[in-house]
Design a protein around this ligand. Structure first.
Ligand code: 8YV
Length: 324
């Protein structure tokens, strides 16, 4: 039995494959595989573990329908044609929960960073621009008592809401398909329409899945409804905001600032205008990037892959319909 892994992953995951008697073939080059290379490697194995962003479309799935499992080293599965995988009865595994706290930490860090323009001030020192104290220059804004609007109040959104409530006593509103009882009871969160979220939030933090409905949701029209002091934070998926419209909203002061851990495309090009704006902080998609979390992701994605190869139910499966 063999598994193909598209990146080098933490040892804890590899050990589980060894213990299960599964041979590991890892892609070790520091570049994304081409689709042809991915297919060629998958032809030789029983399972695939994707760390990074493989494009698992219908064409790939039909070429590789012998795969007993596709295990994602990620919680998001927008890069997979789930309907087609379900039709072909290929289980898709993912790693929710274990990365909620680390990802929310990055949203919280970006928020504070933008509110106080921390990256910008750091760059000022590097550029020898710490010469003179000006009470009105480059000042930030307080977060105390402000309103946090969460789009997609699942596990990550909940952790972000909890952090903002605890640190800044922020009021929480959220827009979600269903009511989050725990957030309402413990954090006093209130479920609102998307319109109300845009209009009432001082901070909007995005934690939803990327779907046809959420793609481009934060566009010119949405930014126009937000407050001029609003800070937009996206640690979910880049295509949920329209980058051109965001840049325009920031330049026109339609909104106040933005913190992004995700961009469209990724990687963001180094000469992107957003990187030179004082009220913008960008990180290279590091939400789940802590030693502990990456370890937990390796273990969970390996457990999913091993279960799939053995024909057992995955620990965390996206398309549970294949078992019905
Ligand atoms: C992953 C992520 O690191 O879990 C997700 O959905 O975006 C990140 O945690 C990334 O997808 C690479 O696999």
């Amino acid at each position: 039995m063999k598994i193909f892994i598209t990146r080098i992953i933490p040892e804890a995951g590899l050990q589980l494959f060894r213990d299960a008697g599964i041979e590991v073939i890892q892609w070790e080059e520091k570049r994304e595989l081409t689709q042809a290379e991915l297919i060629e490697n998958c032809k030789k194995v029983d399972g695939l573990l994707i760390a990074g962003r493989g494009n698992i479309d219908a064409e790939f799935l039909n070429e590789c329908k012998h795969l007993k499992v596709i295990s994602l080293f990620a919680t998001g599965y927008d890069n997979v044609d789930i309907a087609e995988a379900t039709k072909l009865k290929i289980p898709i595994g993912h790693t929710p929960d274990v990365l909620s706290k680390a990802t929310a930490d990055i949203a919280f860090l970006l928020l504070q960073n933008v509110a106080r323009k921390a990256f910008f001030h750091h760059k000022r020192i590097i550029n020898d621009d710490w010469n003179f104290f000006e009470p009105l220059a480059n000042i930030g804004q307080d977060l105390q008592g402000k309103t946090l609007g969460i789009l997609g109040l699942g596990k990550i959104g909940y952790e972000m809401a909890k952090a903002c409530k605890g640190a800044f006593e922020m009021d929480i509103i959220y827009h979600n398909r269903s009511t989050n009882k725990e957030a309402e009871e413990k954090l006093g969160a209130r479920r609102v329409s998307f319109e109300e979220l845009l209009e009432k939030s001082d901070v909007i933090s995005v934690h939803a899945n990327l779907t046809d409905e959420t793609k481009d949701l934060f566009n010119r029209e949405a930014f126009a409804k937000m407050k001029p002091i609003a800070i937009f934070v996206n640690t979910a998926r880049g295509p949920m905001h329209n980058e051109k419209d965001l840049l325009e909203a920031l330049k026109n002061k339609t909104i106040w600032g933005a913190g992004l851990d995700v961009t469209n495309p990724e990687p963001m090009h180094f000469d992107n205008e957003l990187l030179n704006m004082a009220n913008v902080a960008v990180l290279p998609h590091i939400g789940s990037s802590t030693a502990e979390t990456r370890n937990d992701m390796a273990v969970l994605s390996a457990k999913n892959a091993i279960a799939g190869i053995k024909g057992e139910r995955l620990v965390k499966v996206v398309n549970s319909a294949i078992y019905e």
